[in-house]
Design a protein around this ligand. Structure first.
Ligand SMILES: NC(=O)c1ccc[n+]([C@@H]2O[C@H](COP(=O)([O-])OP(=O)(O)OC[C@H]3O[C@@H](n4cnc5c(N)ncnc54)[C@H](O)[C@@H]3O)[C@@H](O)[C@H]2O)c1
Length: 351
């Protein structure tokens, strides 16, 4: 049984605590929570009958923790992960793992030195239709890859950004690309491979925040495929779509829904026996845009720790989309195509 503690008891802690606190994950349980706002920690602790703290160091020293989960503001992830690494316990950090490449590298080094695993939460990779798409890709069913598109059309009004002062700021959050669409950026790169160059435009259309609420990105991949990212939180009046489509010379797959949850198209020039069932069997209806992925994600983490397996999104894998997002912002700032790999000069994220 893995003893899991949470640092940060805000919005996303609800999802983590309801899985771990209600014993939904085999061989893992919630044993303590911490938030610098003690009332928030107390609320979750009372629901699941676990101790609560307002200081992560006191919690780590007092409790018998096997895995600690960092659910604080994105711009704080690096400081908190580096601080926690000294306790020699495995660490899960919510997406995005960091805002800058320097922070991502510091986190990876700190965890390596401490001999602990660093897991980055990318729960959408575990969505049922996404797993099926990845299987088809790995089996080579698409042939030459031609075009990949991800689209996030969600609704975040001004009151969402006003819930906490870090939201939408360059120093602590970034905009739709870094926050809401970071899953989709990650997924596109996971499916199509290394990026050769990006060109992007963004705008802050409907809310008063520092970073963007809307962006479009054109990508060229090293394998010759092209890509499009369309991301906005300025969809009104409600969430509309979170989707991915992959087109290749021998087939096309579209996963739609508002949380990359519904198989919409599954067609190949060389059909296989179970293709006819795929549309029905590989769709789910989650209650919100977080999807069901956190459940499968935790099962994966427990499996990796118990059997010392390589995990799907470790620090180095998490770093890839941080580099890509920084390159996208660099293109926005300079108005130029940015070639990968690269080091940021003008991008404001995390600064
Ligand atoms: N995987 C997903 O789908 C998903 C969804 C939502 C949010 N997130 C990510 O989760 C992170 C948190 O987002 P949120 O919406 O829950 O934010 P939030 O503002 O609601 O919660 C953050 C909490 O961290 C606490 N905190 C900050 N510093 C602390 C410290 N030193 N010690 C203890 N607690 C501390 C704050 O008091 C706050 O309660 C972000 O990185 C966000 O991108 C991921």
């Amino acid at each position: 049984m893995l003893n899991i503690a949470l640092v940060g008891c805000g919005r996303i802690a609800k999802r983590h605590s309801e899985l771990l606190g209600a014993n939904c994950i085999q061989d893992a349980k919630l044993i303590a929570v911490c938030d610098q706002n003690i009332d928030k920690a107390k609320k979750i602790a009372t629901t699941y009958n676990v101790p609560y703290y307002d200081d992560m160091d006191i919690m780590m020293n007092k409790e018998n923790v096997d895995v600690v989960v960092v659910l604080t503001e994105s711009g704080n992830h690096a400081n908190h992960v580096v601080n926690l690494a000294k306790y020699g316990k495995h660490i899960i950090v919510e997406k995005p793992m960091a805002l800058t490449l320097e922070d991502a590298d510091t986190m990876i080094k700190a965890c390596d030195r401490a001999g602990v695993k660093l897991f980055v939460v990318k729960q959408n990779r575990f969505n049922v239709p996404v797993v099926k798409l990845r299987e088809a890709l790995e089996a080579g069913r698409f042939g030459k890859l031609v075009l990949g598109t991800v689209r996030v059309r969600w609704c975040r009004m001004q009151d969402y950004y006003e819930q906490a002062s870090w939201r939408g700021t360059w120093a602590m959050d970034g905009g739709v690309l870094t926050n809401q669409a970071s899953h989709h950026v990650d997924m596109l790169e996971w499916m199509l491979g290394d990026v050769e160059s990006v060109f992007a435009k963004s705008t802050t259309a409907l809310v008063d925040i520092e970073a963007e609420d809307t962006a479009v990105v054109v990508l060229k991949f090293r394998n010759g495929a092209l890509g499009i990212i369309e991301a906005t939180t300025a969809t009104r009046p409600k969430d509309l779509e979170g989707s991915i489509s992959i087109l290749g010379e021998k087939g096309s797959v579209e996963i739609a829904g508002f949380a990359v949850n519904q198989m919409k198209t599954w067609m190949f020039t060389e059909p296989e026996e179970d293709d006819t069932e795929v549309m029905e069997r590989y769709s789910v209806n989650p209650p919100n845009v977080y999807g069901f992925g956190h459940h499968a994600y935790y099962e994966h983490v427990v499996d990796c720790i118990k059997h010392d397996k390589q995990h799907l999104v470790d620090g180095l894998e998490g770093r890839r989309s941080i580099e890509l997002i920084n390159a996208i912002y660099e293109s926005v700032e300079t108005g130029k195509e940015v070639r990968m790999r690269f080091m940021p000069k003008y991008c404001r994220l995390g600064r």
